[in-house]
Design a protein around this ligand. Structure first.
Ligand SMILES: Nc1ncnc2c1ncn2[C@@H]1O[C@H](COP(=O)(O)OP(=O)(O)OP(=O)(O)O)[C@@H](O)[C@H]1O
Ligand SMILES: [Mg+2]
Length: 272
């Protein structure tokens, strides 16, 4: 059974803005998918629908085979860890510890389990020592880490992450990629950072109100039409490799990572 499924979902805001139009896709259990697209493409709206926070204007959204209706949403929300794009929408408790513990306490877990989960999530996100800090006094990147810790502490089988790496420093970004890569949960992450998408997922969905692409990163990097339409920019390493390929008339497949790029350079220049 699919972990997530959207059938012809459209969403119109109360002021008439059509944010999502006829979007269909399903995500298998344990699959990781990147949702990419320009500002205003509907990524956050779509994640909120999958999180059971908004309901489709038309079409249906399902979690693990159950339609996300107002009646079912409350129960299904427990299956989903949702990271808001803006951490200020997520963190609201008087201390960081209370904030990270909020979800686990709401799940009705015993105190010992709550403490273990909070400590573990805070360690994973590098915010040990912040327990007594006031969330609203933290820097944006620190707030983001607190919000991510709160989501990880839920240990939900499905994670919906809206721009998880935005505003993290390079080490924080690397740490988060490593954490997400180690998870076996189903993950849908909205991002403008294609290198994060390529490092973490085998599938990218490009959204621009409608779905304009659904395929592997390897296919996407060769689709300059889609990249241009969605205001996406390949990471500089890939732009360099693409230019080198054009300039030299070589025919190698585009590498997606630094390691693949080095291997390509070694192979393509051997014997020269
Ligand atoms: N509460 C709202 N009321 C009316 N329109 C909204 C509301 N929230 C979002 N929109 C509009 O819906 C469209 C989709 O917005 P959404 O936030 O889903 O885009 P996004 O792809 O997440 O963009 P970004 O990359 O900037 O985060 C935009 O045109 C936006 O202005
Ligand atoms: Mg957004």
């Amino acid at each position: 059974m699919d972990a997530l499924r959207l059938d012809n979902v459209s969403y119109v805001y109360s002021d008439g803005i059509k944010a999502i139009e006829n979007v269909s896709f399903s995500v298998g259990r344990g699959e990781r998918v990147a949702l990419v697209g320009p500002n205003g493409a509907g990524k956050s709206t779509l994640l909120r629908i999958l999180a059971g926070l908004y309901f489709p204007t038309s079409g249906t959204a399902e979690i693990a085979g159950t339609p996300l209706t107002k009646k079912e949403a409350e129960g299904l929300r427990r299956k989903v860890g949702f990271l808001f794009q803006d951490p200020d929408d997520q963190i609201f408790m008087p201390t960081v510890w209370d904030d990270v513990a909020f979800g686990p306490i709401n799940l009705g877990l015993v105190e010992e389990e709550v403490r273990e989960r909070v400590a573990n999530a805070m360690s994973m996100t590098g915010i040990e020592g912040y327990e007594e800090r006031v969330p609203h006094h933290l820097s944006f990147g620190e707030k983001k880490r607190v919000a991510i810790a709160g989501v990880l502490a839920m240990r939900a089988p499905i994670l919906l992450l809206d721009e998880p790496t935005a505003n993290l420093d390079p080490q924080g970004r690397r740490d988060l990629v490593k954490i997400l890569d180690s998870l076996s949960e189903t993950v849908v992450l909205a991002t403008h950072d294609l290198s994060v998408a390529f490092e973490l997922t085998q599938r990218a969905i490009v959204l621009k109100r409608t779905k304009i692409f659904d395929g592997s990163p390897r296919e996407l990097v060769e689709r300059s039409d889609i990249l241009a339409e969605a205001n996406l920019e390949l990471p500089s390493l890939l732009r360099t490799m693409a230019l080198w390929r054009t300039e030299t008339g070589k025919a190698f497949p585009m590498p997606l990572t630094v390691e693949e790029a080095v291997r390509t350079i070694v192979d393509e220049t051997r014997g020269q």
